[in-house]
Design a protein around this ligand. Structure first.
Ligand code: NAP
Length: 282
């Protein structure tokens, strides 16, 4: 039997509707929730992501302020833009659109964002809190994945979870969240030997690699939940890591690309921004 589709578009709409309701309550108290976005350069993919985030802000009733810096911007000017948003009480969440041009030190820039306003959850303080079981701001993509897993109704306790990819923004935090739910977690990466031996054990398989068609049906245990984080543009089309048509015949649940993890990431950005406003204002 073909897998059930984990519809990120529908689930994200539900989450955004809840955020909009809570935002309206804050508005009644005279609080306007505001997301500050800093973008450096004119990378077309980043422009699309920023536009999507601004549209989502409009839909849930936030205001958004976007600062666009020139591609050749210095570290000092980027840091000034971040400091400006840190000090601006009207801005509750700050997001620096990644990737940054090569002359800029991404880690140094992200470390400057006030942790309370770090709605991406990339600051070392927020990462440290997540890793020590005191989570405050959880990165949007892993948070969205956990909401999708909850939606399946599957009890994660004791499940084998395999994550392919070990980035700070997806692989490591999703592994921590799965561990928190008592999964037995394996993190695979480009040096992993016998990758298939690991993925074939997974009740929950998360792929965050960025290679189209990377996860094939023979790598998936029958009945597994398959979460495809990958986003790659091929001939103008957005595709994931998972060979969807063949893997859906093996898995029990599967996320499509587009329409899976992507919309959930934006919904969680809205939720994190609202929570930042509630923390800072209430
Ligand atoms: P990343 O930093 O480039 O990490 C990719 C990971 O894949 C690395 O850990 C790498 O291993 C691993 N990898 C590469 N080739 C491999 C192989 N042959 N076997 C096993 N592992 C391999 O990427 P990321 O930022 O985590 O993003 C991953 C993908 O998710 C990208 O397509 C990105 O666009 C997408 N993404 C989507 C969303 C969303 O909202 N849907 C959000 C964030 C990212 P090493 O560490 O050994 O190099």
């Amino acid at each position: 039997m073909a897998a059930q589709i984990l519809d990120g578009k529908a689930l994200s709409a539900e989450i955004k509707a809840k955020v909009a309701k809570r935002t309206a309550e804050l508005n009644k108290q005279g609080i306007d929730v505001c997301l500050g976005v800093i973008m450096v350069g004119d990378d077309p993919a980043s422009q699309i992501y920023v536009r999507n985030k601004q549209n989502a802000c409009d839909k849930v009733g936030f205001c958004s302020r976007t600062v666009i810096l020139d591609k050749g911007t210095s570290q000092e000017d980027l840091e000034k833009a971040i400091e400006g948003m840190n000090e601006d009480d009207a801005i509750h969440g700050i997001l620096v659109q990644l990737p940054l041009p090569p002359q800029l030190d991404e880690k140094k820039a992200l470390a400057l964002i006030r942790p309370e306003k770090d709605v991406d959850g990339f600051h070392v303080v927020n990462a440290g809190m997540l890793f020590t079981g005191q989570k405050q701001v959880v990165p949007c993509t892993p948070k969205g994945i956990m909401a999708m897993l909850k939606h399946t109704g599957i009890d994660l306790n004791g499940k084998e979870a395999v994550v392919i990819g070990r980035s700070d923004i997806v692989g490591k935090p999703i592994a921590m969240l799965l561990l928190e739910q008592n999964c037995t977690v394996t993190i695979c990466h480009s040096h992993t030997a016998q990758l298939r031996e690991h993925t074939r054990r997974a009740d929950i398989l998360v792929s965050a690699v960025g290679k189209p068609g990377f996860v094939t049906a023979d790598m998936v245990m029958p009945g597994a939940v398959v979460i495809d984080v990958g986003i790659t543009r091929v001939d103008g089309k957005v595709v994931g890591d998972v060979a969807f048509d063949e893997v859906k015949e093996v898995a029990s649940w599967i996320t499509p690309v587009p329409g899976g993890v992507g919309p959930m990431t934006i919904a969680m950005l809205m939720e994190n921004t609202l929570e930042a406003a509630e923390r800072l204002e209430c």
